[in-house]
Write a protein that binds this ligand. Structure first.
Ligand code: CDP
Length: 218
């Protein structure tokens, strides 16, 4: 059983690290931001109560391209501040975390709330300017319209909301490795993260992975 928690602010690269860790350790991966995105856009589109939407959550909702938009991220951040929405989405995340053999989950409160007993906890951070530049490049790379100033403002707004909320605010778990990735590339971040997880597990690089599984991520 290998449970890995990856948290961090918007566009810090936590999803990329989580995806690579999951592949390397052959574990299933859940990008928990997708849950909040799905609830956010459904509540908005149907003018429905976000708590009702979260209570009716279905995993199939995660197969929707609209979840990748910045509008979905903003909607997610708003519904994510509602304690009853978080409570409604707790069970699905804890169930995933209890997958036999283990799992990788990434989000905001994995190490603090969802999986406080995780074997290894990482908190992936970077300055807001670096994160905005990464998100901007990512959007342009996907052929979407993007303005750097707008992305920067959006991240700043979401950071403030995610950090200030009373339920499960964005903060590193006490036993998390906090990694400032502002000056590191993806391979360097993955190298540090992998070494940290292996050390936590008391395993060596050449040990064979323990389990296999699917990925629910962007
Ligand atoms: O990578 P990015 O931050 O842009 O998106 P995300 O991880 O999909 O998160 C979108 C929003 O969902 C965040 O700003 C949080 O407010 C919320 N969220 C949360 O509250 N708890 C989680 N475990 C994951 C996301």
């Amino acid at each position: 059983m290998t449970l890995i928690a990856v948290d961090g602010p918007a566009a810090s690269g936590k999803g990329t690290v989580a995806t690579r860790l999951a592949r390397w350790f052959q574990l299933p991966h859940l990008d928990t931001g997708l849950l909040y995105r799905a609830v956010g856009i459904r509540a908005q589109a149907d003018c429905a109560d976000a708590v009702d939407v979260a209570s009716a959550f279905q995993l199939e909702w995660l197969e929707d391209d609209a979840l990748r938009s910045d509008a979905a991220a903003q909607a997610a951040s708003k519904v994510g501040a509602i304690p009853a929405v978080r409570a409604a989405l707790l069970h699905v995340q804890r169930t995933f975390a209890a997958t036999p053999g283990g799992a990788v989950l990434d989000g905001r409160d994995i190490g603090t709330v969802i999986a406080p007993a995780a074997d290894a906890k990482l908190f992936i951070d970077a300055t807001v300017d670096v994160r905005a530049a990464r998100r901007h490049a990512d959007l342009i790379g996907r052929g979407l319209a993007s303005r750097f100033e707008q992305v920067l403002a959006d991240l700043g707004e979401r950071d403030a909301r995610d950090r200030a909320r009373t339920t499960a605010p964005l903060t590193p778990a006490r036993d998390a490795l906090v990694l400032d990735t502002s000056r590191l590339d993806v391979d360097q971040v993955f190298g540090v993260a992998r070494a940290f997880v292996l050390a936590k597990l008391g395993r060596a690089e050449q040990d064979l992975p323990l389990a296999g599984g699917a990925s629910i991520s962007r």
